[in-house]
Design a protein around this ligand. Structure first.
Ligand code: ADP
Ligand code: X2W
Length: 299
């Protein structure tokens, strides 16, 4: 190693020091999904980031998605994926596939990845310790002429749930230990019925109940963009509502921004929508002066 690169390393470590001091002992909830979960190099860089965070005293809690993985198994089984307002229509058979893919394949893959990169991880679904209490999502139909408006008609999308409550006791077990919890977004109701829940919604609620310092949502774009494609940051509720009303925010970004905003209004310090296609995106957000992506705060 020459002196220049040794100096670069020293500079980077020193830049990270105030952030390590500030965030040590806090909880950071990360929604892991998209490209960062499909590309080998990005998978390992994500796992290293999480292991590094834990090592410097931050408590990462991972909530993962897996929509594309569910879709590909359904396709192999000859079943078509159907989404209404961003939610997967989930009949009984689809619910079995969701549980196999999210609770089995994807969850254990992430646990394995973290272990392989030098950390300790435990995989959970919302059924373990009844961590995620769910209820059936009652989806209101959209007005045909104006999709931003909802009608009173309820559409039945099967076993799709929303979070009714999070029992933090299971997660609390890990706070003082070396283990990083990895949570699959499957919930259960009072009658033991299982529900498929959008992973962004679960991450937002988990961050709220844990009073997390940060909620970080990894996605496949550089952040929330304006109509010209410029990434916006430093957003508050008023500005986000303007961007929703003028149509700048639409599609999959709507629920994402919704839970990012709700989280900061319910006690999370900041929410971040960041680019999962960038290697070490999580560490760049947490431990550098510039940060990356879109930051949302209460005021
Ligand atoms: N204003 C916006 N800025 C950025 N992306 C937006 C915006 N409005 C809509 N989108 C769309 O939202 C998508 C992200 O949502 P989604 O695909 O559901 O993400 P993920 O699969 O990571 O949960 C982007 O790929 C983009 O197509
Ligand atoms: C109800 C609903 O739509 N659930 C999602 C759960 C997985 C998820 O949210 O995955 P991503 O974050 O990768 O999209 C689904 O079945 O696809």
């Amino acid at each position: 190693m020459d002196t220049t690169s040794a100096h670069d390393i020293a500079r980077v470590l020193i830049e990270a020091l105030p952030y390590i001091q500030r965030f040590a002992g806090t909880t950071v909830v990360i929604k892991y999904g998209g490209n960062a979960m499909e590309n080998e190099e990005l998978k390992n860089s994500f796992a290293r980031d999480v292991v590094m965070m834990k090592q410097v005293g931050i408590n990462p809690v991972i909530v993962h998605g897996g929509g594309p993985q569910i879709g590909s198994l359904l396709e192999r089984l000859g079943k078509e994926s159907k989404f209404i307002q961003g939610m997967r229509v989930t009949d009984r058979e689809t619910m079995d596939v969701v549980q196999m893919v999210l609770g089995g394949l994807v969850n254990k893959d992430i646990v394995n990845l973290i272990q392989h990169n030098g950390g300790q991880a435990i995989g959970l679904t919302g059924k373990d310790g009844r961590l995620i209490k769910a209820r059936k999502m009652l989806l209101k139909a959209q007005d045909q002429d104006n999709p931003a408006l909802k009608t009173s008609e309820i559409i039945d999308i099967g076993h799709v749930g929303e979070v009714q409550g999070i029992d933090t006791r299971v997660i609390d077990l890990f706070a003082g230990s070396d283990f990083i919890p990895v949570i699959a977004p499957i919930g259960v109701d009072d009658n033991g019925v299982s529900y498929n829940i959008n992973a962004d919604l679960v991450a937002g609620k988990v961050a709220e109940v844990l009073r997390a310092e940060k909620l970080i949502l990894l996605t496949n774009v550089a952040g929330l963009k304006d109509k010209q494609g410029k990434v916006l940051t430093g957003l508050t509720a008023d500005r986000v509502n303007e961007l929703i009303n003028d149509g700048t925010i639409h599609g999959g970004m709507l629920p994402k921004i919704g839970c990012a905003l709700e989280a900061v209004q319910n006690g999370v310090h900041t929410s971040h929508i960041i680019d999962g296609r960038v290697s070490h995106a999580v560490l760049l957000e947490i431990l550098t002066d510039k940060g990356i992506g879109t930051l949302i705060s209460k005021d």
